[in-house]
Design a protein around this ligand. Sequence first.
Ligand code: PLP
Length: 461
Amino acid sequence: MTSPLALLSPADVPSQALASSAAGQAPLAPLAPLANADQVVPLVQGGFSRWVNLDYAASAPALRAVADQLGSVLPLYASVHRGASYASEACTAAYEAARYEVAAFVGARDDDVTIFTRNTTDALNLLASAVPGDVVYLDIEHHANLLPWQARGDRLVPARATLAETLAAVEAELASRPAALLTVTGASNVTGECPPLAQLAAIAHRHGARLAVDGAQLVPHRRVDLRATGADYLAFSGHKVYAPFGAGALIGRRDWLDAAPAYLAGGGAVREVTADGTRWADAPARHEAGTPNVLGALAVATACRVIAALPAGALAAHESALLGRLDAGLAAVGARVLRIWPDAADRVPAVSFTIDGLPAARVAAYLSAEHGIGVRDGRFCAHPLLGRLGCGDGAVRVSLGLGSQADDVGRLIGALAQLRDEGPRWTYGADHRPTPDPRPLPAWANAPSGTAERVTSPCEQ
Ligand code: PLP
């Protein structure tokens, strides 16, 4: 029987990726096999096109290794921690090994705790329930790292015109009054810009605070090392690291999490229950009540293993070569690229832009309908930041990952140039959707009578 946590070796990484990284060149073909390789999508004008997925920042496709791993676990899938069956013991061992593996992947300290959550939002809400004091946060954050603090009445620091000034403002806030925690995004989901984590950890610690990192956009692109950076907490989502099976993680200092009220009250989170009261377990069990998402946790661990097995620097080199092409192409078509800080040295490959005279929703609909290119438009769950950047009506976001290739960027830029020079070839309604939209949804999407009717989101994101 193959162990569900059998180690992947570099043999699982395509040879051209190893060869080009060994030669010091950035490979521009996918770095690791994905479950959606060669997927096609229908076009409004008829026919099909290779799906150009430029929306990794929203949710990344599953790694083939992740899908295969779960397939091999399923025959012995069983509930964990509370079963005496062989399958239950195997799944319990795999689940706890996954916890260990995720902790190792992010450089957790020996006494840190790793709690499986649903996603980053869940992880940050859990942390918010545990912080014994004030929290300082910035206004550039994704709502997941903003609303939990706003709800607690914590202290917002508006970002400044430069990163250096922003760091100084954060330090001044921490110096003015004690705070328990400083929380920042590891990489902006709008601009890809990365604040310097080690420096932020040093600033926080200088003033007696801890540092939490929203790693949703950073972990898919950079190795985050809690020990090396000094960051105290890290939250991230499996679905953004090629493991879209409903699990995420919160990793960090144990004391607050052991002292906090159980995040959910229920089975598995307790030591002893009597009619009069409950003696709660320590973390992680304390915050994982109910039947855990075993497959989701195994998926996250497998994805961590695949990413860890990539040759050192290969992912960053791959993505930065593509990002360079993307930047140049967007400049050539006259797009206005959003940036928070002119002095942010590091960026992950998520780029948001506007094009004069073209609503973002129209651009996104056109790219999908006429070219089979998937991007995101809107305000990216970062309304204060989009407002600060003068994009209250939204922008278009293009994001890349380890499955991206040079042709993806080329197709995007070609489609944008065509839109600029010739306009769309299809008609679009006031809501910017293609009208008519003859593309059938797949049978599993349960489209009413096979038409292209869409379920719309109740809120603007
Ligand atoms: N933080 C950032 C920076 C994000 O980009 C996202 C999602 O896009 C989140 C948090 C929330 O992640 P999730 O929806 O997986 O909880």
